[in-house]
Design a protein around this ligand. Structure first.
Ligand code: MN
Length: 201
């Protein structure tokens, strides 16, 4: 099995004015696709290394695999976390869980916004389900794979690599994050939450 670039669930321009169609097209077709291809290429290189029993490049290959697979996973979640009909607040069980974990939606939103806005360099903010402690956590992810708890399942992710916003928002990352909240597909986040809760670790 090789990794495949998923189709976007909407047109490139569907998230305007919050995120331009130009950004979404480049981000999906070029950046996300590069992580998919990178993951497949790295798996091929690891297979070749096994075939030759030659592991001189193993450190770099393992890091490259983690980077590209994590990039593919996070972008696949990111696209479905957004909707032209998004925004507002979560409902039902997810709403209750967020309130219990963070002391209310506003507190949750503030923490995730701050964690996302203060990423040093390239990375992501994320709401994740941590299955050992069975709790919701907010993570500040470096690159695609650093600074996260092992096994925690991303439910809502905000890409703050410059390619996600710079063509429209320039250096004002905070405005992009504010706009992102208008796009959140809470039904998708709730579905991911329900599925994640059934996973044991
Ligand atoms: Mn990205």
């Amino acid at each position: 099995m090789t990794y495949q670039l998923p189709e976007l669930p909407y047109d490139y321009s569907a998230l305007e004015p919050h995120i331009s169609g130009h950004i979404i097209e480049l981000h999906h077709d070029k950046h996300h696709n590069a992580y998919v291809q990178g993951a497949n290429t790295t798996l091929d290189k690891l297979e070749a290394a096994r075939g030759q029993n030659e592991y001189g490049g193993i450190v770099g290959l393992e890091k490259t695999l983690a980077f590209n697979v994590s990039g593919h996973i996070l972008h696949s979640i990111y696209w479905t976390n957004m909707s032209p009909d998004g925004g507002g607040t979560p409902e039902g069980e997810l709403s209750l869980a967020i309130s219990e974990a963070f002391g209310g939606f506003d507190n949750f939103k503030s923490q995730l916004t701050q964690a996302t806005a203060t990423v040093q360099g390239s990375g992501w903010g994320a709401l994740a389900w941590e299955p050992l402690g069975k709790r919701l956590v907010i993570e500040q992810i470096y690159d695609h794979q650093g600074n996260n708890a092992q096994g925690a399942i991303p439910l809502l992710v905000i890409d703050v690599w410059e390619h996600a916003f710079y063509l429209q928002y320039k250096n004002v990352k905070a405005d992009y994050i504010s706009a992102f909240w208008n796009l959140v597909n809470w039904q998708d986040v709730a579905k991911r939450y329900t599925q994640a809760k059934s996973i044991a670790i």
